[in-house]
Design a protein. Structure first.
Length: 97
């Protein structure tokens, strides 16, 4: 197809040049891209020149990354601890026999 002939965002049904409807449209577009409805998904509407709001966006991104890393670390410790426990029980059983 001729991409130049395509209408931009042809599925947008809101009024032309309406900021709030446009934002709602793009927020829904991003939500539709999410694989799962995760609690740690944040959608922020901002202008890159709004330094105060960009700080909120970056803080949220840091929080997501840190939370994910802590969950991964916790899960790896659980696995390691279970493996150590099983090994200790095998060692005790071998010593008893």
């Amino acid at each position: 197809s001729d991409i130049a002939a395509q209408r931009e965002f042809s599925d947008y049904a809101g009024p032309a040049k309406d900021f709030n409807h446009g934002v709602a449209y793009f927020v829904q577009k991003f939500k539709n891209c999410l694989v799962d409805e995760l609690d740690d998904s944040f959608i922020h509407v901002t202008c890159a020149t709004d330094t105060n709001h960009m700080e909120v966006v970056l803080d949220s991104a840091r929080a997501i990354i840190m939370t994910d890393n802590l969950k991964r670390r916790r899960d790896s410790l659980k696995y390691t601890n279970r493996g150590t426990l099983k090994k200790s029980q095998r060692d005790l059983a071998a010593q008893a026999s």
